[in-house]
Design a protein around this ligand. Structure first.
Ligand SMILES: C[S@@+](CC[C@H](N)C(=O)[O-])C[C@H]1O[C@@H](n2cnc3c(N)ncnc32)[C@H](O)[C@@H]1O
Length: 269
């Protein structure tokens, strides 16, 4: 059921519920009950905390630069981890994702995950990132990435994508996209070596309008000029959070990849 928020004080809670829904899907897809999960671009732990609660026997290494527009999130993350009593299971690294991944041993993680991190990089980085995910994940391990769909289903979603990606409106324009197309992520996962690739969509069912829009746009670094330009539409119709896309892929166990190789060789004779 669609939720319409017009009270600025309710936006944060409504957004937290989005992450609770997402985290249920992550924990279902991850399956692994133990082991270490790495999260790239953890921010203030929007996904980390609900996922860690659902996977009480996993340990987490979470990575973020906590820089630029995100300066200050490290303090919020530490506070949230303390409140959730997760300090002992979640280790925080302040680092660039690629430098950090290069430092990790091969085959050592049960999984590498991210949420809303792919919007931060471009197509060249996406390919390097997913290759590194494949290298550090152990055979049988998983990678899961969620992001807001770049494909709008209606004018409210289109307006939200426009606000967050057009340099005319946003103070922090993306490098290449609002989010990558799901099909691109799928093809890059396959190229990196992942198999058993799945894409899922969860409707946000969240409309933000009236007074709540202005504070929401402010928190997303959108200029006031956007508000002035679309005021009537924002007040009456509002913005809708696009659908969440969750793309996952598994690294085959060595047994499965050996038998696949054998099949290929036999077929080639
Ligand atoms: C949109 S936020 C997502 C935060 C959170 N995961 C969520 O789902 O809301 C993107 C995060 O990626 C981080 N980030 C951007 N570039 C990065 C890089 N090169 N290395 C590590 N983290 C980076 C930012 O600091 C920010 O916290």
């Amino acid at each position: 059921m669609t939720k319409v928020i017009d009270d600025p004080l309710e936006v944060e809670q409504a957004y937290a519920r989005q992450y609770e829904n997402l985290s249920r899907e992550f924990s279902r897809v991850i399956q692994s009950k133990r082991g270490i999960l790495a999260e790239i671009g953890c921010g203030r732990g929007q996904l980390t905390i609900p996922v860690a609660r659902l996977l009480p026997h996993c340990r987490f290494r979470v990575v973020d630069t906590f820089a630029g527009a995100y300066t200050g999130t490290l303090r919020l993350l530490n506070k949230a981890l303390l409140q959730a009593r997760l300090k002992n299971r979640v280790k925080v690294y302040k680092a660039d994702y690629l430098a950090w991944l290069w430092d990790q041993y091969s085959d050592s993680y049960a999984g590498v995950v991210s949420s809303e991190f792919l919007p931060e990089i471009d197509s060249y980085e996406l390919s390097m990132f997913l290759s590194e995910c494949y290298r550090v994940v152990r055979p049988g391990g998983i990678t899961v990435h969620s992001f807001l769909s770049p494909i709008a289903r209606n004018h409210r979603q289109r307006l939200m994508i426009e606000a967050d990606s057009n340099p005319k409106w946003t103070k922090t324009p993306p490098k290449e996209w609002f989010s990558p197309k799901p099909a691109l992520v799928v093809s890059q996962l396959r190229r990196a070596g992942f198999r058993n690739i799945h894409t899922e969509k969860i409707k946000s069912n969240l409309i933000i309008k009236g007074d709540a829009v202005r504070s929401f746009l402010h928190s997303w670094d959108v200029r006031d000029a956007f508000w002035r330009r679309y005021r009537l539409r924002l007040v009456t119709g509002g913005l809708e959070v696009p659908d969440w896309v969750i793309v996952s892929g598994r690294r085959e166990t060595s047994y499965r990849s050996k038998s696949r190789l054998r099949e290929r060789k036999m077929g080639g004779r």
